[in-house]
Design a protein around this ligand. Sequence first.
Ligand SMILES: NC(=O)c1ccc[n+]([C@@H]2O[C@H](COP(=O)([O-])OP(=O)(O)OC[C@H]3O[C@@H](n4cnc5c(N)ncnc54)[C@H](OP(=O)(O)O)[C@@H]3O)[C@@H](O)[C@H]2O)c1
Length: 285
Amino acid sequence: MTVLVIGASGKTGRPVVNALVERGLPVRAASRNPVPRPHQAEPVRFNWTDRSTWQEALRDVEALYVVGPYMHPDQPGLIGDLLAVAPHARRVALLSILGVELLPEAIPMARWEEDVRASGKDWTILRPNWFQQNFGEGFASSLRDPGVLALAAADAEVGFVDTRDIAEVAAAALTEEGHADAVHVLTGPRALTHAQAVQILAEAAGRELRYAALTPDEHAAELRKAGLDERSITWQRALFQLIRDGHNAVVTDTVERITGHPARSLQTYAQEHAKAWQPLVPEKH
Ligand SMILES: NC(=O)c1ccc[n+]([C@@H]2O[C@H](COP(=O)([O-])OP(=O)(O)OC[C@H]3O[C@@H](n4cnc5c(N)ncnc54)[C@H](OP(=O)(O)O)[C@@H]3O)[C@@H](O)[C@H]2O)c1
């Protein structure tokens, strides 16, 4: 059974490829710029907006992991279109987002979920909380220097989840019985404020790091300064509004129920990635 992993270079796609390879499955790792990977996955070119890449990527594929085209919200029907030309695919696992039902229409994940449900395939929808991996990737540069993570999350709690746990659940959904027509809400083992989360990173990194609460307008101005376009800023505003309203304080036992082990903690992730938050120029004491 060949499994196609869309978004294979990303925060969830990488561990999904690993989890499927560990299960001994032939895996096709899709990217706009495919590169040979250090393990058995077959790299394949795939671009949501270049349909000429779809056929080869989908050849003989019986299951798909889908990171949707969130970068192309003006084309919300792409997932439905893709599934319609994947006749051999029996199972699909879609990466959605916690709180999807509360997001404004401009954010297309609800439409993606509708398309997956209507596909006629055995579908599983994954709705994860915020990823722990954001701290070591997107947020890492400001944590390195100036050592401050400034966001509009107020002092609301978030059940940050490790993407390796999302990947294990995705691999189970794509290869085992019992996940058809299921929505899995995925979180870490406890809810933390951003101040508490940054303290955990600081302890692992052995240096002072700080969270600073911004107002939504201050946050938008910072994102604009960093070069984000207005659409992405609108999305970020909506996502942080959900956090401030308490919707991300959710903690579920889904990871443990499906994988058989407790969800990975932020402490574990922080210890493994402590180098990510070291300053580029050593600090003077
Ligand atoms: N980050 C979070 O905390 C979080 C939490 C819950 C849900 N989510 C959801 O997770 C999804 C991924 O978000 P992320 O920020 O974490 O990104 P990511 O998965 O780390 O990276 C984005 C992926 O999309 C691929 N991609 C970009 N443009 C593409 C295109 N035109 N065609 C095909 N593939 C394309 C990239 O692959 P190449 O560059 O190799 O082509 C990359 O693998 C989003 O839908 C987001 O809403 C994120």
